[in-house]
Design a binder for this molecule. Structure first.
Ligand code: GLU
Length: 528
């Protein structure tokens, strides 16, 4: 139990006065905005490590980051791990890895340091303990000793009466003496907030405008759970205040919690930050992006070597927020450019659908930019090598990871504009590019290979020209065309299906084609 009897007794001596509610109602919002405007902007991305970073989370992080950059402010990442039972051990690591990959660099976090830490809620338990005392003292919070069994009974009764289950506030009315006895008796308790629904303020959402949310059906929210951990609501408010957060941009699913948060600010007599709720991002078919779907996770794209800037542009395209020039040619905007055209007022209120076609376009553009830039291309080559190794683990001994070969393939892809993502290079029929075929017996090769190489060396490697050349060559050398082509295909790819021989040659390029058809068996005796 985190709460000690001594401190509790002290609290019980204080008068159970109702707190003075002060909040940013719509009428007061000028005053509150003023207050925020005088401070430098501090925003935060506050994920719960209950799963890996998904596209919705990435978008929330990005909006906060861009807002901070646009206002020369600070971008904080805070880990909200108050629900220990749902914490995924490596989720935190996954967030930072993916944020870094996406080019979203926190100014303050558990990794990046800062003056407002700790930045992980489970390391701030003492802080919450101190803060909740203030609410117990001023009478805005109270101990609740109701057992899970009793709460379950209340839920059942409500269900039977076809009512929304609601806590009946029984422990609000315990006398100080009763509380002291129960605490002395080591009874399990939670700490609840007195939710006075008539005090619920309207607020001005930076995206949705004036909001008024009814909380009359809500139970008094728990601030501290029986395990001593704070609930999301409590820790979130305390941390936003102590970390001097000025603006909160978060998913619209948190909108309903905002009145509770505002009441908590009032109970503490603190100024709340400004809130802006971001509408949901949906799949192309309008269904909800689920953490359980692969393509909703950032890992899915990173592992497939989608370029981070392509993914960033993709998620900024749906949902608004950017003053894009209409009708301009599609191109990837850099993070700096996005910062310049970002405006929270342009965020749409309606949920937005992702359009996967755009991701392909953006990614192809990034691919071209990377391949054309010698330094960036080095990195792409490395990524392709990694992809190949991962895609063909069984053939690891016979993989063609030659840098020049990879470069040639990449150049082909740029020239033909066929490639949309690096992942496609290791999918479908293209395995021949990377898995070196078994070497053919020397007698097949010796008959005509030499002459063919001489012919191939002369011209360029265009598919139509190659087809003509092969046809001529088979005639001149009295080779049966189908059989000749079949042998060539085996030499080039080791397989009997897939792309046409001339296509293969064109994609492989001159050097790799010649290398493959001239490969000889190693006659050296194996060393003992
Ligand atoms: N921990 C919450 C989440 O994972 C954050 C909500 C907020 O930003 O206030 O979505």
């Amino acid at each position: 139990m985190l709460f000690r009897i001594n401190s509790i007794k002290l609290l019980l001596l204080k008068r159970n006065t109702k707190s003075v509610f002060r909040y940013c109602s719509t009428q007061q919002s000028d005053d509150c905005t003023q207050n925020v405007a005088n401070k430098s902007v501090r925003v935060r991305f506050a994920p719960s490590p209950t799963g890996y970073l998904h596209l919705g989370g990435l978008r929330t992080a990005l909006i906060n980051y861009l807002y901070a950059k646009a206002h020369k402010g600070t971008f904080i990442v805070r880990i909200e791990d108050t629900d220990q039972s749902r914490t995924v051990p490596d989720a935190q690591q996954n967030f930072f890895r993916n944020l870094e990959w996406a080019g979203i660099k926190p100014d303050e976090s558990v990794i990046h340091g800062g003056n407002f830490g700790p930045y992980v809620q489970s390391q701030r338990l003492e802080i919450y303990r101190q803060q909740v005392r203030k609410l117990l003292e001023n009478g805005s919070a109270y101990y609740c000793f109701c057992t899970e069994k009793r709460l379950e009974m209340l839920r059942k009764e409500a269900q039977e009466a076809k009512k929304i289950p609601k806590y009946d506030n029984r422990c609000r009315h315990l006398t100080p003496l009763q509380v002291a006895e129960k605490l002395a008796n080591n009874d399990t308790f939670t700490i609840r907030f007195k939710l006075e629904s008539e005090n619920v303020p309207k607020f001005n959402d930076l995206v949705f405008g004036e909001m008024s949310i009814d909380v009359t059906e809500e139970s008094d929210p728990i601030l501290i759970k029986s395990d001593g951990y704070p609930t999301y609501h409590f820790a979130n408010v305390v941390d936003d205040h102590l970390m001097q957060v000025t603006h909160v941009f978060r998913g619209s699913e948190w909108m309903v919690s905002t009145p509770k948060h505002l009441l908590l600010y009032s109970a503490f007599d603190w100024h709340p930050p400004e809130y802006g709720h971001l509408p949901l991002i949906l799949n192309q078919d309008g269904t909800k992006l689920s953490k359980r779907h692969d393509h909703a996770s950032v890992d899915y794209y990173r592992e497939r070597k989608i370029f981070p800037l392509a993914l960033i542009n993709y998620i900024t395209l749906s949902g608004g927020g950017f003053a894009r020039e209409v009708g301009t040619k599609i191109r990837n905007l850099t993070i700096e450019e996005l910062t310049e055209i970002f405006n929270i007022e342009h965020i749409n209120k309606a949920s937005s659908r992702l359009n996967t076609g755009y991701l392909e376009d953006y990614n192809r553009l990034e691919l071209i930019r990377h391949i054309k830039d010698p330094t960036l291309c080095n990195d792409v080559v490395k990524q392709v090598q990694e992809l190949i190794k991962r895609a063909y683990p069984k053939d690891i001994e016979s993989l063609d990871l030659d840098e020049q070969h990879i470069r040639n393939v990449l150049n082909w892809s740029v020239n033909t504009e066929r490639l949309l993502s690096l992942q496609q290079l290791v999918e479908g029929d293209l395995s021949f590019l990377w898995i070196l075929p078994k070497i053919q017996s020397d007698n097949i090769q010796s008959e005509w290979v030499g002459n063919l190489v001489t012919a191939l060396e002369k011209g360029d490697f265009d598919k139509t020209r190659l087809l003509e050349l092969l046809r001529e060559f088979s005639k001149e050398n009295n080779l049966k065309y189908p059989k000749f082509m079949a042998s060539l295909r085996t030499m080039l790819s080791g397989v009997h299906y897939g792309a046409g021989v001339a296509d293969m040659m064109q994609i492989l390029g001159k050097t790799s084609t010649i290398k493959r058809i001239t490969r000889k068996k190693d006659h050296k005796k194996p060393t003992k």
